[in-house]
Design a protein. Structure first.
Length: 230
């Protein structure tokens, strides 16, 4: 089976310009492949580079070396050298991302924040909002909050909006950075079910799960980033 996401020789080094160009190596030589239905969990101590790797895979960080290839609409795209327009297209149709923190336009209601990925795909406003409502209901966000901006929510409520926004478009490849952080046991269980369902429909998932029970419940394989520390 052809991998949906793969990386080879991947390295990241930060340059600290405020400190005279000091080089801060994070990882080097990472090789990974993720196929449809797999959930690859990134493991390692805090600061080992797990979130930096996810940001490289998403294109928020430029890789210092190596290759990142993703299967996008039947073709293989080299993300590490793709033009911005191509990266945007990949993110819209193929590559979903749940970060640790929700970033949303101020004063936009939670319902519209969650509906936005569907609207970007051309789904009508009413249908997108209906689907967004279903996601928020499943994630146990009270309906009284749906028309309020997420900036007014608690950390756990914001995270549930974040998860719904990242998963609603059913992207073929998903990057998840601690998706169950700030969640109680009941909502962690909901997210576990959502990740399993994504894998069941054939998504390739790469995630960071500090909760060992969550990791054990969703991961099909693990990749220890400590082994690639520079």
């Amino acid at each position: 089976m052809t991998p949906l996401l793969q990386a080879s020789g991947l390295a990241k080094t930060f340059t600290l310009h405020a400190r005279g160009g000091v080089q801060l190596p994070v990882f080097a030589g990472i090789a990974m492949e993720v196929r449809a239905g797999e959930c690859l969990a990134l493991t390692g101590r805090s600061g080992s580079g797990k979130s930096s790797l996810l940001r490289c895979l998403y294109g928020n960080y430029a890789a210092s070396a190596g290759s990142i290839r993703i299967r996008h609409q039947g073709e293989e795209v080299e993300l590490s050298s793709a033009q911005p327009r191509e990266v945007i297209a990949v993110r819209r149709h193929t590559l979903g991302y749940v970060s640790q923190f929700l970033r949303a336009v101020p004063r936009v209601p939670a319902l519209d924040v969650v509906a936005e990925p569907l609207r970007a795909l051309g789904v009508g406003a009413a249908q997108a909002r209906d689907q967004a409502a279903g996601w928020l209901a499943r994630l146990n966000l009270p309906e009284r909050l749906w028309q309020s901006p997420p900036a007014t929510f608690s950390g756990g409520e914001q995270q549930r909006v974040n998860i719904a926004h990242g998963l609603i478009a059913a992207h073929p490849v998903l990057l998840l950075d601690e998706p169950t952080a700030s969640l109680d046991a009941a909502n962690r269980a909901v997210v576990v079910d959502l990740i399993r369902e994504a894998c069941g429909r054939g998504a390739a998932v790469v995630g960071i799960f500090h909760d060992e029970e969550v990791r054990a419940a969703v991961a099909t394989r693990c990749l220890d980033i400590e082994a690639f520390r520079s």
